[in-house]
Design a protein around this ligand. Sequence first.
Ligand code: NAD
Length: 445
Amino acid sequence: MRVCIFGTGYVGLVTGTCLAEVGHHVVCVDVDAAKIEALNRGVVPIYEPGLTPMVQANHAAGRLRFTTDAEAGIAHGEVLFIAVGTPPDEDGSADLKYVLAVARTIGRHLQAPAIVVDKSTVPVGTADQVRATIAAELAARGVDVPFTVVSNPEFLKEGAAVEDCMRPDRIVIGTDSPEALQTLRRLYAPFNRNHDRIVAMDVRSAELTKYAANAMLATKISFMNEIANIAEQVGADVEMVRQGIGSDPRIGWHFIYPGAGYGGSCFPKDVQALARTAQQHGVQPRLLAAVEAVNAAQKQHLFELMVRHYGSADALRGKTIAVWGLAFKPNTDDMREASSRTLLAQLWQAGARVQAYDPEAMGEARRIFGERADLVLCDSAERAIEGADALAVVTEWKQFRCPDFALLRARLADAVIFDGRNLYAPADVEAAGIAYYGIGRGRSL
Ligand code: NAD
């Protein structure tokens, strides 16, 4: 099938590439000329496992093309995906300016019947706005081209995006058009062979499903962080508690890890946007507000542990803290809303220096922070601990899981680790003569 995708970010580029991989003919359109130029040279601007060779192979095979020419993309596609960003507006609601800009562009250039598929995460009712925007542009041109707007929210996880796209848990399709549903069934058939993963529903339910999924996941994290904070104060170890509750199949093992708070481009903004939607419709989002508040506090928790260890924030002045992990989670270079950013800001505020290392996010860190005297971006985890006083682990990359504690003891002048992801057994760290602070590990305080 002929597909056009607006937006070549994490969602658009991965979706377009996976659709090309199974034989569809995909044109990706982006307004960022530098990104398109890089992609046309085979340079993938984001880190996502397995993506680069797939982009290069499908580009070389002519099934995956990149352009800034929206008109050409629209002429090519029988299915037109909207996969642009929906950042938070000032009041926390989703800013639809990019989505509606694409809708206007489609309305200005559409010549033949098409299915417009909204893959961006958008509030309930957005498909109606997209439809009205396209219709207004068509009316202004004095033409009548049939089109349908479908909601098809994306559930891929950064860091496993290609895998998720090739083997989705479910494909939610919101539409009241049986023909559009049939077309999307054909489009997704290669990803839907083992059993039927398509969950068809009305448009509004599909739009809400995406927010409900992310809000549920964020709730699990904040819940565990609250339990961790209780554990810390009552002298219990949340890691024991986690194993104790995860064994109940009604609770399950997934997503019950306490830590330094959730970040990324989705959970923070989607929880906020859902809360705004609720308020706009007269529903008081009590739980969502609590989820957000717990997370905001949790992002400050590692710093609080440091203050506890050193006696005061002032005592951190002039200290050098090694930070392992800057990305908001492993296997990505994405630092949007990352917990590391909160910690670094607090450390700098206190007058500490940071020596940071992340396996993939160093370029992103350089772009975000620029040159500063109180930040050294190191090219290895070992470099980051050279001359440091303490270590903070902020992202649970696999390569941080089994460090040489004897080396850490030798390098860290103050012999202390702040483990924001509970990667280490307190006893192992303490046996090496290093003080250990984790999340919710009351026994070690
Ligand atoms: P992103 O910021 O990585 O990429 C968005 C891209 O859209 C950018 O390259 C930008 O230049 C481009 N763009 C903006 N306006 C455009 C226009 N008018 N025409 C063409 N391109 C345009 O965003 P993302 O992380 O891929 O997220 C996209 C959407 O998918 C968001 O709504 C997000 O909430 C949702 N989502 C993201 C993830 C994720 O893990 N990142 C997962 C599921 C859903």
